[in-house]
Structure formats: structure tokens, C-alpha cells
Write a protein that binds this ligand. Sequence first.
Ligand code: ASP
Ligand code: MG
Length: 469
Amino acid sequence: MTTYIMKFGGTSVGSIEAMQQAAKIIKSCADQGHRLVVVVSAMRGVTDALIQSAKSAAAGDEAAYKSIIEQLRDRHHGVLDGLSLNEHENSPLLSIIDQHMDELSVFCRSIHVMGEVTPRGMDAITSLGERLNARIFSTALRQVGLNSQAVNATELIITDTAFQNAMPIMDITRQQLTKRLLPLLDDGVVPVVTGFIGATQDGIITTLGRGGSDYTAAILGAGLNADEVWTWTDVDGVMTADPRIVPNAQVIPEISFNEISELAYFGAKVLHPKTIRPIIERDIPLWVKNTFNPSHPGTRICIMPAKSKGKVTAISTVSDLSMITVEGRGMLGVPGIAARTFAAVARTGASVLMISQASSEQSISFLIPADSTTEVIQSVESEMSLELTRRDIDRIWAQDGVTIVTVVGASLRTTPGIAAQIFSALAGGAINVIAIAQGSSEYSISLVVSEQDANDAMQRIHDKVILNA
Ligand code: ASP
Ligand code: MG
């Protein structure tokens, strides 16, 4: 018997129609005799609204947080009405919605009094969306005749205490999953598990980071040794490029875990970047499929795609960045400059997205989010104040408005000449490449171009190197 983990994202369970569609998909899979564990996100927009309610409360805006709570209550009531449940199902669910919203009011009131919200408090609040939706969606599954039960992932996924970005403790989690979910599966129950959340060993609610429901599905897949993990979303699969920028982008039928992880880190919003970690070791294939177009095969992500024909699989970009350059002739051969530079960056909390240093060693350049530019420059300047006075370092400066274009493909490691094709595609558009870095994994090459050139760069590389393969 095959065991599937099926995760439905915010849009896939974001309205009555979507829920009914998702329920139909699950029903037909269950009817084929498969064992299914469902993971749900909060309804689309709910997590954002919850965060906003907490922030408004912290900022002292009582009217704003109260109105968000009422909107959330209305939205969940509306879905409940639309499901037209029998009285036996309806009234408990109605009181669950009200209980959760009352809980949110209490949280917001105390945040309002304290004037701040802690990461732990934020997790208690943001978990409400998934906790509610698992109950609602499980009811929708019972309505189509499935035996379903909502399960809070706080009982399953045991994490460290890094609130808002918690990591599962896998051995304990595996035990919990086996103990709690296997008996349900054996009884033919379809559990609906809350995505995104977990709990510490002391039972305090944590979250796995924004978009974390994908990660939940993968943790469940690994912990239960599932045959496959399917994430249902509102696009046909992983695309060769962002279709809003590259209109002729195509769905990628198969892509490797290594390639997708380069894409996930570089801004393709398809999967939470940590998703593949739990399943890659066990080689559990991961599918990305479209709830609203279920007959489309979608994208299969696995260790070794069968037919990796193209040279390059996909491109993505990260924008709103600045490139910081530390330069000076006195840096040549001096050990420790890089370490001190990046330690100074780390002290600001800014994350570095790309690094490039020429072998002449007269400059180091790195990319950071634009909004940390001033802080990072100040921090590196103060770290290097002696070198700056001695003129060993001439200057530390920022180039704003740059974008990283990342080209991903397993065959970058084996096929010579792809870099040349990429550069000639760019030269065709007279696009200047500001910096280059190749991951040592050789699954990707990243190019820095100015923001104005980024879309054109994407389109040219896409057409010349991906489509032309
Ligand atoms: N609801 C959470 C979020 O919006 C988790 C998810 O949707 O994956 O970030
Ligand atoms: Mg998502």
C-alpha cells in the first residue's frame, strides 16, 4: 500500500470552492486505496493578517487589531456557512472558530498593554491560522465521506526553541509521528495535520518559518517513511523562470533535489528552502502539483531525474540587493581580511547572498539586502578603521539597485561551454555583468546585473540557453 503526504497551500484551501476541489482530489486518491496524510496551510492571507494584528497591537493601534480580528472571524464564519454542514458538525466548528478568535483577542490585548510582541508570542498567534484551518478542512473531508481527523502538529513535530524559525528534533518527532499517526492510518483515517507549526519539548508552540507548511509535509514524509510527498499549489509546477518576467516560461517535468535547492534559496517561491532536507536522504520524491488543474502531471523532484535533457534547468532572481565592495591594494596576501569583513557583516544580522573575490585579492564583493546597506558599511568600516587610516584599504562602498540572476542546471558540472553561452546571450543585449560566482557544487552560476537589466537578462538566458537546448 502506498503512503502519500499531501500538502495543500493557502490558496488551495483558501475558499469554499478551493476546499471542495482539494477534498475531491483527496477523496479520489483515498478511493484508490492509498494511505494519506494531509497537511494544510492557513487560508491564503490569514498568516499575514495575524502578524498584522500583533504588530498593530504592539504599535498601540487598538482599532486596527480589533478590526483585523473581526475580519478573520467573518472570513472563517463565511467558509463555514458555505460548507453547509449538518448541525452536528457545524456548531462545534463554530465554537472552535470563536474560541480561537477570542484567544487572538486576549493575545493582542496583552501585546497592546506590553507594547511589544516577542517571537514566542508571535508563534502563538501565527499558529492560529493553521490550527483553525485543519479543523475546518478535516470537516470538509468528512463531508465528502472520508473518515478524517484534525491533528495539531504540536503533538507531532517537536522542535528546538528557535521561535519563528524552529528546527525539528527528528528522532523525537519520528517517534511521535509513528505513535500518533500510524494507528490512524491503520484505521483508514485521513489525518489533517496543521502545517507550519510544531512545539518545543515543553509543549510551547513554535513555527518553522514563513511558508513552512511545505517543510512540515517533508518532515512527515521522512518521519513516516512515506512513498511520496505531494505539494498542491496554484501553479502547474516548478517553472523554468518566473512567468511574470519570462512569459514563455515552461513547467519543468523533472528536476533534482540539488537543482531545486539552488532555486529555492534564490527566490523561486515554489517551496520553502528547507523542504528537501528531510526527504533527500531517504530519496522520497516530491511532486509539485496544481489543485486547480489536477490532470497536469506537475513537477517531480528527486535525486536523479531520468531524462535530464537540457543543459540548464531554470533561472531565478533575487532583487532589492546592494553589492558592497571592500577594496585596496594593501589587502593583497593579508590573511584574515575576509574573515573580519564577514564577522563585521554578521554582527549586523544581515545575510550575505553571494560573495566574489578576484584572485588579485584587491577587492572582496558581496551582496546583501539593500535595506541593510548603511549598517553593514558602518560595521565593516569600524572593523577596518586601522586599515582605512593606513590606506591598506582604500574604500568600502555600495552599488545599489543590483539583482542576482541564478542559472541552475545539473549539467553545468559536466558540460563545458554553458557559461560561454550564458555570457554570449547577455552580450547580445549589451548587458553588463557586474560580478560572477559559481557555487562549488557547480549546480548554479550566479551573475550580478543592474536592476534595470535583470528582466532582459532572464529572458535572454531563458531563450538562448534553456529553450534552445
Ligand atoms: N501559513 C504559513 C505562511 O503563510 C505557512 C504556509 O503557508 O506554508 O507562511
Ligand atoms: Mg508556500
